[in-house]
Write a protein that binds this ligand. Sequence first.
Ligand SMILES: [Zn+2]
Length: 218
Amino acid sequence: VVDFKRSEAAWIDISVPLRNGMVRWPGDTGFQAERVQQMAQGDTCNLSRVSMGMHTGTHIDAPLHFVRDGVGIDRMPIEAMIGPARVLQIDDDESIKSSALTQHAIRSGERLLFKTRNSTRAWQTDEFVTDYVHVSLDAARFLVERKVRTVGIDYLSVGGYERDGDEVHRTLLGAGIWLIEGLNLAAVAPGRYELVCLPLNYENGDGAPARAVLRPLR
Ligand SMILES: [Zn+2]
């Protein structure tokens, strides 16, 4: 539980640290870093080389990820990722359903981050968790109807594993909704925040890793 008095001006990091051996989407590249220069071995500086799938850890999906001629990450409207946001807690252990969203008075242009049990469960292991809580197709359609701007989820995909994940992506990205995947919202209580989340500016990229932070709004 966040102590709002103490953290009123403090930013909360909701991105996951990248490191060798961390969880990856099955079949994806994951993250691999190595030091190519080391001061401990007489080099003048420390310097790393990284190989990674761009959808590893906390990252943004551009429409191009699932829309053939969609917009790339370099053309992301900055307002999609900076501004007021709401963290909604979803207690369903399987998926986020439209029936759970109707009570939240969701409005056009909102940035919504879904906190599920993924935040305290799925990130506890470097093994890929297949039964993470995801956005159901009917919830995706509901979010499109409500014309939200941005959707964030606290594991590696908005869609379910070996379910209708492709369709969920196509529905959201095809409607111009920007997606943040791989958030860790364990330290964040439901409520209103200011969001700052910026991906690497990767030309015509289908997605890119991002640092994401929240600050409580009064
Ligand atoms: Zn992705």
